[in-house]
Design a protein around this ligand. Structure first.
Ligand code: NDP
Length: 335
């Protein structure tokens, strides 16, 4: 087990920003990406925190990646905001488009933001959580690379296709869930391989399309969706709505676009914002609270609650960062 060091939020942000500007990213572009990684690290979302920094070199090194990206925000209709991320990190364009999305949803009851041509959306929860903090309901999704076979199939079609949802709550943090639509994350499977352990049945198929518990065979073959045909259908919806529906890549075409560069996926992202105040639900807060309290009231965990508790703790005590990772980042900056 690697030792942790404790950092302030400003320290994590500064480190990430310095790493990214050191690779030639313009300051606002680097800041948007650094903010996303910092928020994940602060909330204990380690898979999408500072651990992602070293790999940004592969993404920035992709021939189509644009270090000088200048995202373009267009209001296509009163309810539709389109952001062209200009082949930079997706989150930079997303941040620039969010004011228009919030304004449109606030006025119309529902609005859509299609973010196109962006590399790696990072963890999805920060954007939907921010929408909920502003009193809106948020939903977000994107394809990735085709690593996942459909239920009943044998060859990869889908990406790990994350989906995130956030619901505003009075006087407390929003209800937020955010997860990939696979039985397990790619990182989990890789960790089992590294530890020389088998994975549970149902996580994936070998390159011949046969069920296996060998993590190396799954990484070479195909992952599986969660919930059999149900996860498969949700992954299909995400491919369609955050891919062809907004004129962007499916996970299959994103992987072809990568062409072996090992960059993070370059894809579209669909973000939907809804205003309960204009959808007839203005007075129904208590009913929603009753339902959510019926979950937590019986000891079941509400998604988002672990993350929010970690945030409060890390704000008090400092943000843990693996010492080995910290040293690796410094080393890469010095090279
Ligand atoms: P998990 O399977 O760990 O599930 C995470 C979600 O489920 C969180 O909302 C979490 O709440 C909640 N949760 C976990 N365990 C429980 C429980 N026992 N009871 C109730 N709720 C629970 O997530 P993944 O590994 O699939 O995804 C992790 C992150 O990776 C996400 O942020 C996702 O956006 C990101 N990702 C991004 C991709 C991209 O293309 N950008 C691709 C794939 C994943 P809490 O947070 O409070 O623990």
């Amino acid at each position: 087990m690697s030792e942790d060091i404790l950092m302030t939020e400003a320290g994590v942000m500064e480190l990430a920003q310095r790493f990214l500007t050191g690779q030639g990213l313009a300051a606002p572009h680097a800041a948007a990406m650094a903010r996303a990684l910092t928020r994940a690290q602060r909330d204990g979302g380690l898979s999408h925190g500072l651990q992602r920094l070293p790999g940004t070199r592969d993404t920035i090194g992709h021939p189509e990646f644009n270090k000088a990206a200048r995202p373009k925000v267009e209001q296509l209709t009163p309810a539709v905001v389109q952001v062209d991320a200009d082949y930079g990190f997706s989150i930079y364009g997303t941040e620039l488009g969010l004011p228009a999305l919030r304004r449109s949803a606030g006025q119309l009851g529902i609005a859509f933001m299609a973010v196109r041509n962006g590399f790696h959306s990072t963890a999805l929860w920060p954007v939907v959580e921010d929408l909920a903090e502003a009193g809106l309901v948020g939903l977000s999704m994107n394809p990735t690379h085709d690593w996942v076979a459909p239920a009943g199939g044998s060859r990869p079609v889908f990406g790990t296709n994350p989906i995130a949802f956030a619901w505003p709550r009075p006087d407390q943090k929003p209800y937020v869930f955010d997860f990939a639509t696979t039985a397990a994350s790619r990182a989990d499977i890789a960790m089992h391989r590294q530890a020389g352990q088998q994975v549970p049945p149902g996580w994936g198929l070998d390159p011949e399309g046969q069920a296996t518990t060998d993590p190396a065979a799954i990484l070479a073959g195909a992952m599986l969706p969660f919930g059999a045909h149900k996860g498969s259908a949700i992954a299909t919806m995400i491919e369609l709505m955050a891919g062809p529906m907004i004129g962007d890549r499916t996970s299959h075409s994103s992987a072809r676009f990568d062409a072996g560069h090992q960059a993070a996926p370059c894809h579209g992202e669909l973000i939907i914002a809804l205003n309960p105040g204009l959808l007839g639900g203005a007075g129904d807060v208590e009913n929603a609270e009753r339902m959510l309290n019926a979950i937590s009231g019986q000891g079941a965990r509400l998604p988002g609650s672990r993350r929010h508790a970690l945030r409060a703790r890390h704000d008090r005590e400092g943000i843990p960062v693996r010492k080995a990772l910290y040293e690796r980042i410094l080393q890469l900056m010095a090279d």
